[in-house]
Every structure is written in C-alpha cells, then in structure tokens.
Design a protein around this ligand. Sequence first.
Ligand code: EPU
Length: 430
Amino acid sequence: MITGGRRLNGTIAISGMKNAALPILFACALNRETCVLENVPYVSDVLTTLSILEEMGISVEWRSSTTVAVNAAGFRPCTSPDNLVSKIRASSYLMGVELGVCGRTHIAYPGGCKIGAARPLNYHTSGFEAMGAEMDPPNGHGFSGYAPDGLHEGKITFDAPSVGATVNIILAAVLTPGVTTIINAAREPHIVALGNFLNMCGAKVTGAGTSEIHIEGVSALHGCTYPIIPDMIEAGTYMAAVAGTGGCITLTGVIPKHLESVTSKLRDMGVDVEEDEDSITVSSEGQLKAVQITTAPYPGFPTDMQPQFGVLLAVANGAGIIQEKVWEQRFAYLDELARMGASVPYNSFTAFTPGNQKLYASSVTATDLRGGAAMVIAALIAEGTTEIKNIHYIDRGYDNLIGKLREVGACIVREEVFLESTPLQAGSSS
Ligand code: EPU
C-alpha cells in the first residue's frame, strides 16, 4: 500500500546486482574450494538459487546479512530440483556448469517473466553443440545434453548479444581444454563481473565487456572472495522514482558509468543528475520533458528500465515514444497504469505516450519484476493510496525496497497475505 504525492529526499544505499549474483552463484559450482561472495542482495531469486545449489550437494552459509560462502566440493550434477529450476530463468546456467563439469546436463524448463513470447534458449544450446555436446530437442521434461567425448573448444557467434547465452558459454568453457571464443557477446557489466570473479578463481577469461570473449580452459579453479557489483537497475529505479515525485536522493555504492544511458535520458527530461566517484545525486521538481526511448543491449538504454520510464513518460509534458527492442511483451504494465487513469496505447514493440496524464490511486497488479517497480513509481506519484498486488515479483529483484523507500520519506507498507511458496514467496523469475 503506497500513499503517494510526497517528495522523496535522503540517501539510499544500493545493494548488489541480482543479475550479477545469479551467474556468479552458479559459477561457484565449477569450483571445489570455498568462494566467499560479498554484497549479495537479499532477494528471492538469490534465495531460490541458493536452495537449488544446496539441493545439489553444495554447502551454502550466510556469514553476514550480505556475505555468502559457497563450497561445491559435494556438487552432484544433474540432480537439480525441477520445482525450483522452473521458478527462475537463471537456472538455465546449470546447463553450462553441468556440461563443463561432467559433459552431461539435465534440467527442467527454467522459469521466466512473461516478457517475451517464448524466451528461447536456442543460442545457449547451439553454443553447447559447437563445443561438442549433443543436445536433445527441448521436450516436456526440459533440456538434456551429453558430450560423449567431453566438451571441446568452440567458436560461437550469436545472432544477437544474449546475456544468458554469453554466461552459459563462459561457464561451459572455463574447465574445457582449448580456447573458446564468443563473437557478438553481451557486454553488460554483469558479464564483466562474471569474468572478473572467475579470473580471481584462476580461470582465463579475456575480453569480457567487449563483443568478443575468449575463454582458455584451466584444469581447476581455486577459492576467492569477491564483492558483487552494485545493481544498476535498482539504482536506476530509484532515480526514476525521485524524477517522478520530485525531491533529492543520493544513491550510494553505485558505479555511475553503468548508469550512463539512464542518467543521460533523465537529463534530457530536465532532471538534475550529479555523479560522484561511487554515488549519484538526483534532484527533480517532478516536471518532466517528454523524450523518445529505444531499448538496446548494454551500453544502450536497458530494457529492464523501460517500464519505470514508461510511467515517467506517461506523466511528462508532451508526447513521447518508447521502442522496446529486446522483449516483445514488456508493455503489460501499461494495462495496469490504465487503471490509474493513464491511457498509453501500445503494440508489441512500441508505446505511444501522449503525456500530461494524471495518475489516480487505484488497485493494480505487478505484472512482472520491472512492471512491479513501475507500479511502485506510479503509486509514489499518484495522490491517495494505491494497492499493488503480486508483489512477490518485486521481491525477486529489489532488496528491502520498502525499508529503503521509507528512509527517503515514502509512505509505504507491506500487507502480508499467506501464499504457499519458498522464502520471500519466489515466483517465476527474470
Ligand atoms: N534470445 C534468443 N535466443 C536465446 C537467448 C536469447 O532469441 O537463446 C533473445 C531473447 O528472446 C531476447 C534477446 O535475445 O529477445 C535478449 O535475451 P537475453 O538472453 O539477453 O536475456 P536473458 O539472459 O534471458 C537477462 C536478464 C533480464 C534482462 C535481459 C536483457 C537475468 C537473469 N535476466 O535475461 O533481466 O532483461 O538479460 O538485458 O540476467 C530483469 O532483471 O528484470 C530481467 C528480465
């Protein structure tokens, strides 16, 4: 329940990045020694991942509220629990890990937000095939594959720079003899983070952050201590929130470079954004200029920020356009925004924001993780009290969202409704 119409002022400490923590946690399964991960976000996707690892014989120990030690000496490949695998998209990373460790994989269908018509894994599986794996066509049971002679080096060119496929091929190649090359790799900061983590464990990954990555296989990894990088999407979400409500918020523990496309778009909208070494201060009068937004892989404007900005464009002065180039079903939140009085026509890939819409408190639903974040921003802007349902989606990717927003003056409370599920009510995932 959010009572909106208040300006936000103060400081928010940004947590570790979910989409970096997930591949790194799965990468720990490649290692027989203990890896200590710091700045781990307490979000349900992370908790689901830890439960999957534990069910596969991996020991997991929270050493503080943000530090997790993982030891995979007892890892049992191909024993992943279907019910948890089917909750999160990142469980697809088990394919790369299992093939890399034992030349065989079997997982249930990974979960995933309904933000794309199919969310295929064909880049992943054809990459494994280029490394010598025979992949069964996906069937009712999920994905299986076998490398009769073990994986070998490969040269893999993606049609598009997929984050997940890039992660999966890196994971498969780390312990595979020879040098595997990925062309048209994703360049997101979380790919760099994965490469840095693996290299700290003794892997030989070069080129992460560029579109060509080389992975020279090593015989074994060793343990390390690694801090998860800050969550640029969490930071961007709070930047969008204060842009819409007005006020001044300083975000600490961020890497401003990761947010350049978001910062630049906010400045175009008339918002003041000051960058420091590891903090960003956003000041806004809540009066926004309309802009055009086109999502693209990093370093372009992130699709994971599109819904939050869709709310801003709905209330901005003048007409704007959003072109969603990554996921073809990422405008479902606009139907919820319509319940708050904003009419924004859209088709699969384009939304036409007429602007100058007034938002009214209402009862709305989080359609997915970022769609849920968009509803939070809309509710913070609207006068009156808005109820947001299905907030388990938001729990998947925002660490202590309610506490952090309260700290900067938001009127927000969580009303618990019992639903049977895993900790933090993990739903289908990003
Ligand atoms: N694609 C294919 N075939 C594949 C893989 C991808 O056609 O085998 C297409 C997809 O359909 C999509 C595009 O390539 O059109 C990009 O997909 P990508 O593989 O990059 O996405 P992902 O790895 O499934 C991750 C994030 C998403 C984020 C996207 C894009 C995780 C766990 N998820 O998904 O995060 O939107 O990259 O940046 O890292 C979120 O956090 O809210 C979220 C949805």
